[in-house]
Design a protein around this ligand. Structure first.
Ligand SMILES: N[C@@H](CCC(=O)N[C@@H](CS)C(=O)NCC(=O)O)C(=O)O
Length: 318
């Protein structure tokens, strides 16, 4: 995958393996917020660099869509093979492609010329100060819920005050066992690390399946941040994680409720319309040569998230 070392791109992978062969995801570096003194909410000022394959970046695209921020926050998506990390055909302002390529590492080293670390999406870019506001998807997801409320058309609140404690508690389980859990299976370097991640993942999915037998969404009748976070993993699961990351006890479509729930969300504006399945598959199977050396992208499975689902009857209002 490569990284920046003192502002220069190196193709070596830093060690992301901890004790016992477990996969460890590094922390994000830029953690400012829209709404703080330096970053007031303004239309046209902020830009998202994302990649269609990435489940973390996908969260921010869903939020942008469901909060109706398309005219307020612009987006470019990495659309080229990752020779030096994420690569874009389109530039923005003075960050323009050279020979048809703009590397995300150039965006990072524009801000911190001697930057050392991983170059990850999503990146929330400030066109006015020419800097990165934030590169942590959970922060960006959280800020998009309310930071633009004064200038964006009112839309629904996915982090409502009365549910915050429940949302925060569930988020942390979702992250450890599911969102990052699939990576902990796929990138494990020992049988023990894989087995532990696999058991935690499927036990969490069993618990959620049970929970979704009682309510339409993870927390009652309304879509919350937890559903956005779960969706980006579930929608990649059967096509990618089952085979590529060896998460193969069951497919999501085998669960009694999770498969129906996934279709329900997929058919909700902002969810399915932000999914680019061919690019998702390419991003994993063709790019992760350390676990798929041939780079061959499987043709299947046949998935139809647009098929009817039974979830509307779960709403207490129904
Ligand atoms: N904690 C970060 C993680 C983001 C992340 O790991 N993104 C991956 C893509 S799915 C990435 O950019 N990887 C490139 C790399 O690690 O070099 C977040 O949620 O924003």
């Amino acid at each position: 995958m490569g990284m920046l070392l003192d502002g220069s791109w190196v193709n070596d992978d830093p060690e992301m393996t901890g004790q016992g062969g477990t996969f460890q995801r590094p922390h994000s570096t830029f953690r400012a917020a829209i709404g703080d003194a330096d970053h007031p909410a303004e239309a046209g000022r902020y830009h998202l660099f994302t990649a269609p394959t990435c489940p973390w970046a996908h969260r921010t695209l869903i939020a942008r869509r469901i909060k109706k921020l398309e005219a307020i926050i612009s987006v470019t998506e990495a659309d080229q093979p990752k020779h030096q990390g994420w690569t874009f055909s389109d530039g923005i302002d003075d960050l323009q492609p050279v020979n048809g390529k703009l590397y995300l590492h150039q965006v990072y080293s524009t801000v911190v010329p001697d930057f050392t670390g991983r170059v990850t999406v999503p990146v929330l870019w400030d066109r006015k100060t020419h800097s990165i506001v934030n590169n942590e998807s959970s922060d960006i997801l959280r800020m998009l819920d309310s930071a633009f409320n004064d200038i964006a058309p009112a839309s629904f609140d996915y982090y409502p005050a009365p549910l915050r404690e429940q949302i925060d508690a569930l988020n942390s389980t979702l992250y450890d066992t599911i969102n990052n859990g699939v990576y902990r299976c796929g990138f494990a370097k020992s049988q023990e690390a894989y087995d532990a991640a696999f058991d935690a993942l499927f036990s969490a999915l069993d618990t959620l399946d049970d929970r979704l037998g009682r309510s339409r969404y993870l927390i009652g009748d309304q879509i919350t941040e937890c559903d956005i976070r779960l969706f980006t993993t579930l929608v990649r699961f059967d096509a990618v994680y089952v085979s590529h990351f060896k998460c193969n006890r069951n497919r999501i479509s085998d669960f009694e409720h999770l498969g129906q729930y996934l279709r329900d969300l997929y058919q909700t504006p902002g969810f399915g319309d932000t999914v680019d399945m061919p690019q998702i598959k390419r991003g994993y199977f063709a790019e992760h040569r350390h676990i798929n050396p041939t780079g061959i992208i499987p043709q299947g499975p046949a998935l139809d998230f647009t098929a009817p689902h039974d979830r509307a009857q779960m709403s207490s209002a129904a």
